[in-house]
Design a protein around this ligand. Structure first.
Ligand SMILES: Nc1nc2c(ncn2[C@@H]2O[C@H](COP(=O)(O)OP(=O)(O)OP(=O)(O)O)[C@@H](O)[C@H]2O)c(=O)[nH]1
Ligand SMILES: [Mg+2]
Length: 222
């Protein structure tokens, strides 16, 4: 198994997270690094989606991934196996990353020639939504087994995301998931959010998602 670096990131001491986030965004822009913040509840399919995304975009962009978890390095190993640059971040028990913690991750990743950096945030629908990480875009995954009512219960998460991926479309027949209602609830929280149904297991919808991401990176670089 390929070795991956594990970085213990320190809890931030800065009071003004929004300022730190804007500063990090500006620095990344200067370096030509697009940062995607990927959020979801535990097990919705972040790592599985990322491995497929890397397969589709690895010839277009140099990709680096920061895997944030409270413990373990399993996700960083999964990503490293795709050939992408990967680092595991341990949050010291924190359920989210703020901008300064993200900066520590970016420094640990040694972005260098990385054009697309992706942060797999800690699995949680509440805390990560409260902290701007300095990312260029926010994405989230809602998986079918979680239910279509989640935008009603976790409004902030849906309101800050530019794109919502509805994952695990293959298990749709086994759950009472109403896609139209889900889209309606997401639009109530954020009319500008793009919704893309995907199945990270079979690859359904992954091209649409990869194309959306590619366009965002290219537009941001203009
Ligand atoms: N049926 C089905 N299972 C999926 C799909 N995508 C992911 N899974 C499964 O869901 C489980 C969790 O997937 P992960 O990719 O590890 O999810 P995660 O969001 O990264 O999980 P954490 O990092 O622990 O928060 C695994 O058993 C995956 O194989 C899908 O599209 N369909
Ligand atoms: Mg994961």
């Amino acid at each position: 198994m390929k070795d991956v670096r594990v970085l213990e990131i320190k809890q931030s001491v800065f009071a003004d997270n929004d300022k730190q986030a804007d500063q990090l965004r500006a620095e990344l822009k200067e370096k030509g690094v697009f940062l995607l913040n990927l959020m979801s509840s535990p097990g919705s399919g972040k790592t599985t989606t990322l491995t497929r995304t890397i397969e589709l975009l690895k010839d277009t962009f140099k990709i680096g991934v920061m895997e944030a978890d409270i413990d373990s390095d399993v996700d960083a190993h999964t990503i490293a196996a795709t050939g992408a640059k990967a680092i595991q971040l341990h949050t010291g028990g924190m359920c989210h990353l703020d901008a300064e913690m993200t900066r520590q991750g970016i420094e640990g990743l040694e972005v260098g020639d990385v054009e697309l950096a992706i942060l797999e945030n800690v699995g949680n629908l509440v805390c990560p939504a409260e902290f701007d990480t300095g990312a260029s875009k926010n994405a989230m995954i809602l998986s079918v087994p979680e239910g279509h009512d989640k935008p009603l219960k976790y409004p902030l998460m849906f309101s800050i995301c530019d794109v919502v991926l509805i994952n695990k479309m293959d298990v749709m027949p086994y759950f009472d998931f109403d896609m139209e209602k889900c889209k309606e609830y997401i639009a109530m929280r954020n009319p500008n959010a793009k919704v893309i149904p995907i199945c990270a297991k079979t690859g359904e919808g992954m091209e649409a998602w990869a194309n959306w991401l590619k366009e965002q990176v290219q537009q941001w670089n203009k």
